[in-house]
Design a protein around this ligand. Structure first.
Ligand code: GLN
Length: 488
């Protein structure tokens, strides 16, 4: 690929280092690409071109002075509009935060700035990250670059679509139940959901705090490894952030290892899975067995059927509590012409939140209310512990687990909007990973007959991102899918 906007961060980084190109040229190419395709993709909620170019020139000056900050210095990275950047809008694609500007940087933002990245564009998403299609954005529906009549997935649909379309080199998303992996799968890019605790959530607007993680999206495994390197690591500002040593992720891609033992959960290849997705997963399994020499073992995750109900109790319960802060007084939207303070709360929330967010707040409040707490929330927490135990038991005999990401390729815009349950059920292969706090990566694993990307998921042990990246890299080396580009 000769266009700068489609070049990998890895290659741009070495060419910047060699002085062959400038960050300004890369950033200009990305901005130009944005102007070419954005009216068809609609991945961005806002951009600040002059600010991005100023950051790029600053990077070029640093480099000229021999003070480049690291491999991502000068590389454009776009952020999902749920991650705080000081002085930039932070809307969560919600009317309630439409005019809110963040007063501070998220830790991941600060780390990117310290690494010299060009922070470019605010990416569209489902409102407060609730959804699987970006159709729940209060402002616009992002289109899938491979077929603009289809959804890009969600909730980080803007992140995946912008990277797939060349409107950014890299992006950050957030994943509470699949929101990085599922859009990455639908848009034919690589997305990683790190272990709970590996990446700080300070400055990530909270949806469901026991599940939320920030993670990288890129067009190659190397690119995702490079971005993860910058954002991973302990942060005293996030009490769930883990004290653990951070490996060199790029280096671990190429390291030698014994052939991995790969688990195939029998519950994940059964009913409800599209035939073409099943074929892609099966041929990936075949590849790991025949070409890599992996031992393949069938495993069982017997509580798989309970993941959807358990997730939708826990996530809505936590959301109902986290979203209580949007009261029309402290942040964002405030209703006019109110009678008293209660009326102010009711109207501001009633007018500011969209339908899906309200549905979740009502469900979550119900699950937490007295008399129902034990029957729903407490029971869900107990089953959650058992779901995690199933995974940890499986990991006693395998190094990683392979599965589909989503049951079908990207669906047509509007198709599932009137049926929230069918939307929720499509999260079946991704939710358990968040409930268990595990890392998982989605990699391009093939195309459907209609030319839509199909993702493969690799799930790892806690803090075993290095191995997942190495396995993904091995697959990518032998398959063309990550190097294919949509004809927008
Ligand atoms: N689709 C899931 C939901 O709607 C997951 C969202 C996410 O990971 N943020 O809750």
């Amino acid at each position: 690929m000769s266009e700068l906007y489609y070049e990998s961060a890895y290659s741009l980084s070495s060419r910047l280092r060699a002085g062959e190109i400038s960050s300004e040229a890369v950033t200009e190419a990305v901005i130009q690409r944005y102007h070419e395709v954005e009216s068809r993709i609609r991945a961005y909620l806002s951009v600040d071109e002059s600010d991005a170019l100023a950051q790029a020139r600053a990077s070029d000056r640093r480099r000229a002075g021999g003070e480049a900050l690291g491999p991502l210095d000068g590389i454009p990275v776009s952020l999902k509009d749920i991650i705080a950047v000081a002085g930039q809008p932070l809307t969560c694609a919600s009317k309630i935060l439409e005019s809110f500007v963040s007063p501070y940087d998220a830790t991941v933002t600060r780390r990117l700035k310290e690494a010299g990245s060009v922070i470019w564009g605010r990416l569209n998403m489902d409102e407060f990250a609730m959804g699987s299609s970006t159709e729940n954005s209060a402002f616009q529906t992002t289109r899938n670059p491979w077929d603009t009549t289809r959804v890009p997935g969600g909730s980080s649909g803007g992140s995946a679509a912008s990277v797939a379309a060349g409107e950014s080199v890299l992006a950050l998303g957030s994943d509470t139940g699949g929101s990085i992996r599922q859009p990455a799968a639908h848009c034919g890019v690589v997305g990683l959901k790190p272990t709970y605790g590996l990446v700080s959530r300070y400055g990530l607007v909270a949806f469901a705090s026991s599940l939320d993680q920030i993670g990288p999206v890129g067009r190659s495994v190397e690119d995702v490894a490079m971005l993860l390197q910058v954002i991973a690591g302990h942060d005293p500002l996030d009490s769930t952030s883990f004290q653990t040593s951070i490996p060199d992720f790029l280096e671990s891609l190429r390291g030698e290892s014994d052939p991995w033992k790969l688990g195939v959960p029998k519950e994940y290849l059964g009913e409800g899975l599209d035939g073409q997705v099943r074929e892609s997963v099966q041929s990936a399994i075949q590849f790991y067995a025949d070409d890599v020499g992996c031992e393949i073992r069938e495993i069982s995750l017997p509580l798989t059927d309970l993941a959807v109900p358990v997730y939708y109790i826990i996530a809505t319960a936590e959301a109902s509590s986290n979203l209580a802060r949007y009261d029309g007084v402290r942040y964002g939207y405030r209703s006019e012409n109110v009678n008293d303070h209660l009326d102010l709360y009711f109207r501001s929330r009633g007018e500011g939140f969209g339908a899906e967010v309200k549905r979740r707040i009502i469900l979550g409040t119900y699950a937490l209310s007295s008399g129902y707490y034990d029957a729903y929330y407490l029971r869900a927490q107990k089953v959650r512990t058992l779901i995690r135990k199933d995974f940890l038991d499986a990991f006693a005999s395998v190094d990683a687990i392979i599965s589909p990401v989503a049951p079908t390729p990207a669906f047509v815009i509007g198709e599932r909007l009137s049926d929230p349950l069918s939307m929720y059920l499509s999260d079946i292969y991704t939710l358990s990973v968040n409930l268990s706090g595990l890392p998982a990566i989605s990699i391009p694993g093939g195309f459907s007959r209609e030319g839509l990307p199909i993702g493969i998921q690799l799930i790892g042990k806690p803090f075993d991102e290095s191995r997942l990246l190495a396995m993904a890299y091995r697959f990518e080396q032998d398959h063309p899918y990550s190097r294919m580009r949509p004809g927008i």
